[in-house]
Ligand binder design. Structure first.
Ligand SMILES: Cc1ncc(COP(=O)(O)O)c(C=O)c1O
Length: 355
């Protein structure tokens, strides 16, 4: 199916704002395509950013059959535009689609339409320090259908918006609350798919802890409430003795983060050992108290590398590295963003340029 592009006239296009927050401003255009079992994907369009016209009985509105992704485009030091491992996002999109009984999208054509969309809205890729264009591909079930079952019709879309740092404090350490009562996802459920229900399940606890001044929630496994899973929008890493990075193994209920994978690949190059392991919260807290855990940080596309300065569990606070960003998190941040913005060599071929 050919891609139709209907651009806004130049004089109606917006500008990238100078002050950037996260996820509240969107570019001039968006991509959409529709799916039905008979015609497959069709009506492939790039058009001005617009609201949808959805039937109130659309399956997504009742049973949450939806998936999404999050990736970024970076203004590189030559003025061009870099994408970071975009095919990994599109492969994960398809794994989420399969788990949620939705149609998949050919990863190469997904990348091609994204490049066309970015090219049209290239003035929106910010050039401020640490800023980027956040890209949100998503798919929703549109069939009007209240009977429970997978829908037949779907809408796939991509919207984008310029963003600054995910956390207000930038690289300042965040304060994390360890959930001891509520759970986000369970092995056998949909935790490893990027689907809205996982995030909806996290909101109640997140709002409670936000009132107490915490920035993020760290989730424990839903069966024993003992094994460390992940943070709201990031995977989590613990640094032992300043040299070994340990992150929870992919249990089936946590998101297989692309940044997590990049950290596991980059860290040995920087001289750090890496390990994926089942991490018991009680052991980890003991190791923080004993001083053998020297740093904790989260990693994710939106949050990049985010030092954790404080963990709170059952009313007790555990201070980490004096609430300061650590050397390992800083080194990884510099290397990762160095590759993303084209300031450092890309030995793994992770960068895909847009123009
Ligand atoms: C729940 C959750 N875990 C981890 C991550 C990090 O994944 P990635 O590095 O692919 O952005 C994200 C962000 O997408 C997330 O939402």
């Amino acid at each position: 199916m050919p891609l139709t592009i209907s651009p806004l006239p130049q004089e109606q296009r917006g500008n990238c704002p100078a002050e950037l927050s996260f996820g509240s401003v969107f570019t001039d255009h968006m991509f959409t395509q529709e799916y039905s079992p008979i015609v497959d994907w069709h009506n492939k369009k790039i058009s001005p950013y617009h609201p949808f016209n959805l039937d109130p009985a659309a399956a997504v509105l009742h049973y949450g059959q939806e998936i999404f992704e999050g990736l970024k485009a970076y203004r590189n030091i030559d003025g061009g535009i870099n994408l970071f491992r975009p095919l990994e996002n599109f492969l994960r999109f398809n794994r989420s689609a399969e788990r949620m009984v939705m149609p998949t999208v050919d990863p190469t054509s997904h990348l091609d339409v994204l490049k066309s969309l970015i090219d049209l809205d290239k003035n929106w890729v910010p050039d401020q320090k640490d800023a980027s264009l956040y890209i949100r591909p998503a798919m929703i079930a549109t069939s009007p259908k209240l009977g429970l079952g997978a829908a037949e019709d779907y809408l796939h879309f991509i919207i984008m918006g310029p963003v600054g740092p995910y956390f207000k404090g930038g690289f300042e350490p965040v304060s994390v609350y360890i959930a001891d009562e509520y759970r986000r996802a369970v092995v056998g459920g949909v935790g490893e798919a990027k689907t809205g229900g996982n995030y909806a399940a996290s909101l109640y606890q997140s709002e409670l802890m936000a009132k107490k001044g915490f920035t993020q929630v760290l989730w424990l496994d839903a069966i024993e409430g003992r094994l460390i899973e992940e943070v709201g929008a990031m995977n989590i890493c613990f640094v032992y003795e300043g040299k070994q990075i340990v992150t929870p193994s992919l249990s089936g209920s946590i998101l297989p983060g692309i940044t997590r994978d990049s950290v596991l690949t980059l860290a040995p190059k920087l001289g750090y050992e890496v390990e994926e392991a089942q991490l018991d919260i009680h052991e980890v807290l003991k190791d923080i108290r004993a001083g053998s855990i020297t740093e904790v940080f989260g990693c994710g596309t939106a949050a990049v590398i985010s030092p954790v300065g404080n963990l709170s569990f059952k009313g007790e606070n555990y201070l980490i590295n004096d609430n300061q960003p650590g050397v390992v998190a800083s080194a990884l941040y510099d290397e990762l963003t160095g590759i993303q913005y084209g300031k450092r060599e890309d030995p793994f071929g992770w960068i895909e340029t847009v123009e």
